[in-house]
Design a protein around this ligand. Structure first.
Ligand SMILES: [Zn+2]
Length: 228
């Protein structure tokens, strides 16, 4: 198993370890962890430090009225969907094409999924997220599998929010570099790029918290109609 060379970065890993990410971002970081021993180790260390910090805090007296108010407000909040965590230290040498926790969301057989054609050579499957109603969909984001034929990619675009892309099979190249299985690309509104699938094609998991914004003359035509 080759080791990924593109990682989520400390901020995303800390948010993941602290349970601060929405379901879609949690899913993609957890799936990267299943493929990346370096980040698994980092997250294990972050969780150990977080646990030690919590234990070192002296308990303080709290006004019972204040506690009741906080508990009442917690009752009003919809539950956060939990993304199952991969084992942090040991992983089998051979990780399946769709590792856990992604496999739990989409199953193990790609040919059974209702793929939707976005353009020639590019299909997608929107992964159903969350079960509770009233959950903030903006925070949850959108997660989809993308299947690209060799040499195919979306038009040049930038982002209204954050786009996370994890390669599951094959690879792609964009203005930021070359990405292979296990690599995670992090792009925000400062990045303008055009990912193109490598020769063997590309299967990836993509998470966005807002639709992409296409750039250039083509973008003016596409933006009102196409929501990637
Ligand atoms: Zn990593």
């Amino acid at each position: 198993m080759t080791v990924p060379t593109h990682h989520p970065g400390d901020t995303l890993l800390i948010d993941y370890a602290g349970g601060a990410l929405g379901e879609a971002a949690s899913l993609i970081v957890a799936t990267h962890l299943a493929l990346c021993p370096c980040c698994r180790l980092n997250v294990a260390e972050m969780e150990a430090v977080g646990g030690a910090l919590l234990e070192s805090i002296e308990p303080e007296e709290v006004d019972p009225a204040c506690l009741e108010t906080v508990l009442a407000r917690l009752d009003d909040l919809p539950p956060l969907p939990r993304v199952p965590r991969p084992k942090l230290v040991c992983q089998p040498a051979e990780v399946p094409l769709l590792p856990e926790p992604l496999r739990r969301y989409v199953g193990g057989d790609l040919s059974r999924l209702p793929w939707k054609r976005l353009m020639r050579g590019m299909d997608c499957y929107d992964i159903p997220l969350g079960s509770g109603s009233g959950y903030d969909s903006a925070r949850r984001g959108k997660a989809r599998l993308m299947r690209l034929a060799s040499g195919v990619g979306p038009p040049h675009h930038t982002h209204r929010g954050i786009e996370l892309t994890l390669v599951l099979d094959g690879g792609f190249t964009d203005d930021l570099g070359q990405f292979a299985r296990g690599d995670l690309s992090v792009a925000d509104d400062s990045v303008r790029h055009r990912p193109v699938a490598d020769e063997e094609g590309c299967l990836c998991l993509a998470v966005t918290d807002a639709p992409l914004r296409f750039t250039g003359a083509l973008g003016l035509i596409l933006n009102p109609f196409v929501k990637f």
